[in-house]
Every structure is written in structure tokens, then in C-alpha cells.
Design a protein around this ligand. Structure first.
Ligand code: NIG
Ligand code: FE
Length: 401
């Protein structure tokens, strides 16, 4: 999250012992399940990496020892989808929605106006605030997007701000058509694929588009994603959130890293996700906050698709930074088992970011550990709304409490 200061502040190796249940996400370890759970476990950290995992009884001698006190340890959460570079507030819109008004992409314009009016310093302070909030809840890898600037200058500065806080930065100039181009949407696509892309690409790793009725259709989305790809950005797509549409199939066709939302899927969409390597990233905070139907995770998992869970943290449709909250929703309402939801929020998020250094706890992986005040990860869904995160190590360094 913060680029400087990585690394274990203690020289030498540290063993975290007394772990009642350790989720490794390495099926070769422990109980042989996809989560690779080791009981009565220990982890050894050296610098920013894990160098050993196994049963506590066999832990090698280390320079330092830290006791987990018989609690559970899971990999740091990988939140692969958020919109944190924004200013302003949409409390009134939320309250109106809870009294019956439907969600529409039009609310994005409110945040665009506030974001354009904010200084870089104010935007950066906002990002830092929500990253700190997420870290306290166990998120150790965070993606975030532009999309509330919608001019060349504002999109570029939003991405510059984002890049100061995380390596996982996404160019979303194609969030909605900028208000100035309301009568010329094709002109806006030219801007997004031309001068805006040129100004933004140096700060971003990913290119995204909101492919939805009221935002960008399939042809525009294809043009935006392929232009981004030609500049070295890897596609990801806001797809099939508010209704059926071409987003999911386009994502798979272009080998996008992820198709995000996936709330309204045809059988052909599910088959495409199962056949391709595009990860289906589900964002239940959005369905919660917009009273929309839940995405059917069970259907995707049964078909063989890779599923990730993320927050979509943004001031409009999902103002939560809590991965544990999303895990609880996914288990309660989307047909996921507690094991599947934990995997989706860790290894699934890593897959959606095409990373293998995070989302798992095995030798060679980055030492991102979350200590839960619970005997197992199942409590994340079993005890919803309870602040169970008792400690976080990021890149080998204790960052919470
Ligand atoms: O992922 N769907 C598009 N973008 C956001 C919502 C943004 C907003 O309402 O401000 C989303 O839900
Ligand atoms: Fe989003």
C-alpha cells in the first residue's frame, strides 16, 4: 500500500507460532483441501517473505518468536476492485435509494464534480484514509481506479494520486461519458482512446470500461480496451452489473484479467467464464447498497469459473472497505461456502490481478498475514459485523495493531 518502508523492521527471521488454524491456499500443504489448512501451525518470515510454513512442533530455530495465542491466520485479503480516488459524499443518494429510488449510473456525475474541484492533496488524503481503513480490516493488496475525473488532466492526476499509494492502478476514463460530451459520446470515446490514454497510461497497469446500458456499449468498450492494450495496459471490465449485456463475453474474448460484477449472466456468459481464464470478480457490497439481486456465485463455481470477491469501495454503489463484510454476504446470500469465500477474497483476488506473490502463505510468497480473533476463518461469515482482525503483517512487517 505505502511504497516505502517495506520489509521486516527486525533483522533476521521471525517465527509466528501458536496458530490454531493456518490457511495457506496451497493444496499441497496441511489438510489437502484447496485452502491447504494446517492445524497447530507456524510461519517463518524473513525480510518481506515467507520462508517456512508447517506444524508448530517442527518450526526451525529463528531469531524472534511471536505467539498467535491459539488463533487463526489467513492470507492478507486481496481487494482487486475499488474506486478510491474521489471527493465528496453521496449520503443523500443512499438515503433516497433506501426509501425506494433505484440506483443509476447517473450518480457518478455528482462525484465527478466534487473530484474535479478537489486538490491533489485532498484526493491523496482520501485514498490514504480508506487504505488505512482497509488495512485495519485485513486488506494487504489493493487495486484502485480513476473514473471520477473524466478530463485528460483530471484522469491523469487521479491516476498519479493512486499510483503514489498502490502498484495496482486502473485507468477508467470510460466510467461514464463526461458531461461535456453528453451530445457527442463518440467524441468522448476518441478522447478516452487518444489523448486521455496517452496522458494516463504511464501511471496505470490496467484499463477498464463500464460496459453497461447508460455507460458504454460493446463496440465502444472493445475500442477502449484494445486501445489500452496497445499501450501496454491489461483489460478488465465492469460487466453485466445492472442488466444483461456484452461485457462478460467481451472480457473473455479479449482475455481480460477479470469481468467484474457479473450480476446478470446468461448460460453463455457462465460458459465463457468457465472456458476462459478471465476471473469473475463478484462485488456483493454493490448489491447490498443498491438492493439489487445477488450474483450467483454457486452457478459460476459449479461451472468451473474462477471467482474473486472484492469490495468495489466507492461513494455511490458500495461504500464499504471491508472484505470480511463481503465474505459474510457471499456466504449468506450468494451460495458460497466459507472456504470458497475466503479463497475468493485472497487467492481469487490475486488471480484477478494476475499475481502469485500474494493471496497465499507458502515459502516465497510475500509475508502478508492476517491474525483473526477466532479459531478458524469460518468465523468471518459465522460472526458477521464483528471486528475479528486482531493483527496484520504486510510484507513481513507488523502494521496492525
Ligand atoms: O462499480 N459501476 C460502475 N461504477 C461503480 C459505481 C460508481 C458510483 O456509483 O460512483 C461500481 O459500482
Ligand atoms: Fe466498480
Amino acid at each position: 500500500m505505502v511504497r516505502s518502508g517495506y520489509g521486516n523492521e527486525q533483522a533476521g527471521s521471525t517465527a509466528v507460532v501458536g496458530i490454531a488454524s493456518l490457511v495457506t491456499n496451497d493444496p499441497a500443504q496441511g489438510d489437502g483441501s484447496p485452502l491447504g489448512v494446517i492445524r497447530e501451525a507456524a510461519v517463518v518470515i524473513e525480510g518481506d517473505r515467507i520462508v517456512w510454513t508447517g506444524e508448530s512442533a517442527r518450526v526451525p530455530v529463528t531469531d524472534h518468536v511471536s505467539d498467535a495465542g491459539g488463533r487463526a491466520v489467513v492470507p492478507g485479503f486481496v481487494d482487486s476492485h475499488s474506486h478510491l480516488v474521489f471527493a465528496g459524499d453521496r449520503t443523500e443518494e443512499f438515503a433516497a435509494r433506501m426509501s425506494g429510488r433505484p440506483y443509476s449510473a447517473g450518480g457518478i456525475r455528482t462525484t465527478v464534480a466534487a473530484t474535479r474541484a478537489a486538490s491533489d492533496e485532498a484526493l491523496s488524503a482520501n485514498v490514504a484514509r480508506y487504505l488505512a481503513e482497509a488495512l485495519r480490516q485485513g486488506t494487504t493488496t489493493f487495486e484502485t481506479k480513476s473514473g471520477y475525473g473524466l478530463t485528460v488532466e483530471d484522469e491523469a492526476r487521479c491516476l498519479r494520486v493512486a499510483a503514489a499509494h498502490t502498484d495496482e492502478v486502473t485507468y477508467l476514463g470510460a466510467h461514464i461519458v463526461a458531461p461535456e460530451y453528453a451530445d457527442d459520446p463518440a467524441g468522448y470515446v476518441d478522447l478516452v482512446t487518444g489523448p486521455m490514454l496517452d496522458a494516463c497510461a504511464p501511471y496505470a497497469r490496467w484499463v477498464d470500461v463500464f460496459c453497461e446500458r447508460g455507460a458504454f456499449d460493446g463496440d465502444a468498450a472493445r475500442a477502449i480496451l484494445t486501445a489500452g492494450r496497445a499501450k501496454g495496459l491489461v483489460p478488465r471490465v465492469h460487466a453485466n452489473q445492472l442488466g444483461h449485456g456484452p461485457g462478460v463475453q467481451l472480457a473473455v474474448e479479449l482475455d481480460a484479467a477479470s469481468a467484474d460484477h457479473c450480476t446478470h449472466l446468461t448460460d453463455a456468459d457462465v460458459d465463457a467464464l468457465a472456458a476462459g481464464r478471465t476471473v469473475a470478480t463478484l462485488l456483493p457490497g454493490a448489491e447490498f447498497s443498491t438492493r439489487a439481486p445477488w450474483p450467483d456465485a454457486r452457478r459460476l463455481l459449479d461451472a468451473g469459473a474462477t471467482v474473486a470477491l472484492s469490495t468495489d469501495c466507492n461513494p455511490g454503489s458500495s461504500f464499504t472497505s471491508s472484505v470480511p463484510f463481503c465474505v459474510a454476504l457471499a456466504v449468506r446470500d450468494m451460495g458460497m461456502t466459507p472456504d470458497e469465500a475466503l479463497w475468493a477474497a485472497t487467492a481469487g483476488g490475486a488471480a484477478a490481478l494476475r499475481r502469485d506473490d500474494v493471496g497465499r502463505l507458502a515459502p516465497g510468497a510475500r509475508a502478508d498475514l492476517v491474525l483473526l480473533d477466532a479459531p478458524s476463518h469460518v468465523h468471518l461469515a459465522y460472526r458477521p459485523g464483528v471486528p475479528l482482525v486482531a493483527g496484520v503483517w504486510r510484507a513481513g512487517r507488523p502494521v496492525v495493531p
